[in-house]
Write a protein that binds this ligand. Sequence first.
Ligand code: ZN
Length: 171
Amino acid sequence: MLSNCSQDDSSLIETVAEYNPAQHPGIQLAFRTHVKNFYDEANLRDENPDNIIGQTIESLKMIFDVDLDEQYCGYAYGFDNPFSDPFVVISTRPECWGERNEAERELLVFHELGHAILTRYHDNSQLPSGHKKSIMVSDNTLFTIYADNETDKRNYYLDELFDPNTPEPEW
Ligand SMILES: [Zn+2]
């Protein structure tokens, strides 16, 4: 139902609202594909009950910030305040975005959405193997957590993002 179903196929029942990033002008263009992927990954894992993530994305504002404090590449404001809308900024510094590849950009966006949408806090704990447990790490090791071709690792870290009780991986 998230793929390109034919419109003629009225027998298919939509159980998950289609998320169209173009309808969310508060999310700057550069981030929309990653936000949509976040939404799709949540649905793949059945971690979007009552479309709660879609509803939160409705009120999400996500923009570049030229002035963000240099200790951060991204920042999620007030995510633990239930009365404020989710608001994420991403630094325009090259080492935060322009010089980063797609996997690194995804890690940054997903980390910030972990705060803003999933209300997760930082977690710097390690797996027995020495790998980080979560992409909710508080430092720039974030960018090394998985690479474009590391599908198994990405799957684990996205499982863990949506469910911190995910069993430890084999590796
Ligand atoms: Zn963070």
